[in-house]
Design a binder for this molecule. Sequence first.
Ligand code: OAD
Length: 247
Amino acid sequence: MEQIGRLAARLRGASRVTVLTGAGVSAASGVPTFRGADGLWRQYRATDLATPDAFARDPALVWEWYGWRREKIAASRPNPAHDVLAAWTRRAPGWHVVTQNVDDLHVRAETDRLIRLHGSIWELSCWAGCGGRPKRWRDERVPLPEAVPRCPHCCGLARPAVVWFGESLDPADVAAAERATACEVFVAAGTSAIVHPAAGLLEAARSRGAFTAEVNPEATPASSSVDLTLRAPAEQVLPEIELRLIS
Ligand code: OAD
């Protein structure tokens, strides 16, 4: 695919590169995406499962859903897309990965300079925000011993430390992601490019002069505005680009 050569040429020699990833990057690892034919939001309503109201209404139901996703993710492994992105960040100090994924597969692939906009499914926090420290703690047990885990500080309910619909992102993560839009090449891979502020990062990078590309087997709202589209799975395209970069 000639487009692969074009993107590789842009990446070669670029000192600042940012890759924004979404659920599609983990699809080949067996982690379900949210939208699309087999997407989670076809089967489930986000408002029943991924909002503060949903948790207030039925914490056990929300935890059951997160428990199921934790099980799926625990059984998965980083795929070649994660591996290539990790290699890029380890090789080049100005290359960043910004992810909307909560599965931590980028972490498991040992990615440097990773900005996680939506948190991690492996971290928990106090539902009531009791103020105990640490504010978030890691718990990788699958399954969790209780249907609804408890906060170790106040013994109230604990929640998944992920960003739900209607919640604000951590301002430090948003600021880091915005700084990363000052780059020569910005690639959106495996994201439907719908959810803000992640979706706005592509636009921000473009207005700051970045060459923009999209890696996605399907068209997205961003497709018409990027400089280059690679309509193929990330786990195929990224290793092909890497081959050209290292040869
Ligand atoms: P989506 O599920 O919305 O989009 C996944 C995208 O990946 C789609 O555009 C697919 O076409 C594409 N895709 C599928 N397989 C792929 C592959 N092998 N390689 C490359 N692309 C592939 O996921 P996100 O864009 O990550 O937020 O969704 C953004 C946010 O919406 C999520 O973080 C989550 C969700 O609701 C919250 O839960 C707050």
